[in-house]
Design a protein around this ligand. Structure first.
Ligand code: N2P
Length: 389
């Protein structure tokens, strides 16, 4: 099926090029005002050389934005957000000023359905051909029909990260659990680990799904009754949680937390920092026996983007094999860029907590999505949990 899609895309690109057909202006372009002169409409003014990007922190390799600016003369304003909720609130309010945003696919689906993004002008993003058809097929079937709006930035998984040295000390005689989720959710472990610091990501849609998974419910359940059960479990460990973090790399690497619910790549960045700083502590991203939760972060162009052509130019630039590989090599997140795979450093490609082995991959929980109502119910439960110390 993906083959068919790729084939028809390639074919239509050839046909378009052959007859010199111009792209239509974005659907949202305003109609000419009544007082405009009756002569032929003036050509659309060229976009100012500016691009506004809103992405997660610690996700873009150093120098990549500068390289794009140098090559294109487009000035990039690059801002960051820490949670899908924060990005979503901006998109709902509208007029974000951002051209490119990078939601997780769990949020991107309702955002597409809510008309928050414009369809990609694929004729301007030829490097889309570098993407892995299997991943794009999954994205099309679950999130973005026909891959109309989303371009993968990176993927990874939400899991448990530890400072192995400190955790061993805090646990004393108690052995490591078989299921690493116990370290953050089971009172007999959290009671010991609170001494060296337990950190959770500070977001309802990060914590409730892993809590649901831990209690044997569907991670992406839309049933508020399940959230209540997750809250009951979480309440038992609340007093042991030290930090609700939006600076997880620093918190783990800087020693504020010895165990965390965090993102695989960020935990690996913290691990790398400990090595760089010649710390004697070893930081590790774990693979819980019951599986970790996969996430998929995707670029989209906002519906009211003022610089859609610059946005397409950046997406195309990012999709160059060498740029996608640089992201994976420096940020420790796998890329969906198939052409980049051969450029990934052996130590990254061989790291089983970045590129997990097939049998573990099969255990992981793929992303799904929540209804708006479910998300609200989840936020209420989460805020109650956080307050209820
Ligand atoms: C930031 C990674 C974001 C992953 N370094 C979660 N969407």
């Amino acid at each position: 099926m993906m083959k068919k899609y790729l084939w028809s895309f390639a074919l239509s690109a050839v046909v378009l090029a052959g007859c010199g057909k111009k792209e239509e202006p974005p659907a949202a372009a305003p109609a000419p005002v009544a007082s405009a002169p009756a002569s032929a409409p003036a050509p659309a003014p060229a976009e100012e050389k500016v691009l506004n990007i809103y992405n997660w922190p610690d996700y873009v390799p150093e120098g990549m934005i500068a390289a794009f600016e140098k090559e294109t003369g487009i000035k990039v304003n690059y801002d960051t957000f820490e949670t899908n909720e924060a990005l979503h609130a901006k998109l709902v309010a509208g007029n974000t000023g951002y051209d490119i945003v990078v939601p997780g696919s769990v949020f991107a689906k309702p955002q597409i359905e809510g008309g928050m993004f414009q369809p990609l002008d694929k004729s301007k993003i030829k490097n889309l051909a570098n993407l892995d058809p299997a991943i794009m097929g999954t994205l099309a079937s679950k999130t973005d029909p026909d891959n109309k709006h989303l371009v993968p930035w990176a993927w990874g998984f939400t899991t448990v990260g530890i400072n192995k040295t400190k955790v061993a000390k805090a646990l004393g005689k108690m052995p490591m659990p078989e299921n690493a989720w116990d370290l953050v959710f089971k009172p007999e472990y959290t009671a010991k680990l609170k001494s060296c610091g337990i950190a959770y990501l500070d977001s309802p849609t990060e914590i409730i799904p892993v809590a649901l998974h831990y209690i044997g419910k569907e991670a992406y359940s839309n049933d508020p009754a399940d959230y209540k059960l997750a809250a009951d479990m979480l309440a038992k460990v609340r007093k042991d949680v030290r930090i609700f973090s939006s600076t997880m790399i620093d918190d783990i690497a800087g020693g504020k937390a010895c165990v965390a619910i965090g993102w695989s790549g960020d935990i690996n960045i913290a691990a790398g920092r400990a090595v760089e700083n010649k710390s004697k502590d070893v930081i590790e991203s774990l693979l819980p026996s019951t599986g970790a939760l996969i996430f998929f972060d995707t670029m989209a162009i906002t519906k009211d983007a003022k610089h859609p052509n610059n946005a397409a130019a950046f997406i195309d630039f990012y999709l160059r094999a060498e740029n996608a590989a640089l992201m994976t090599n420096t940020m420790n997140y796998p890329t969906a860029n198939k052409a980049a795979v051969e450029k990934i450093k052996p130590e990254i490609a061989g790291n089983k907590t970045i590129f997990v082995e097939a049998d573990y991959f099969a255990k992981m929980i793929p992303p799904s999505s929540f209804s708006n109502e479910a998300r609200e119910a989840m936020a209420t439960v989460y805020n109650g949990f956080k307050k209820g110390k």
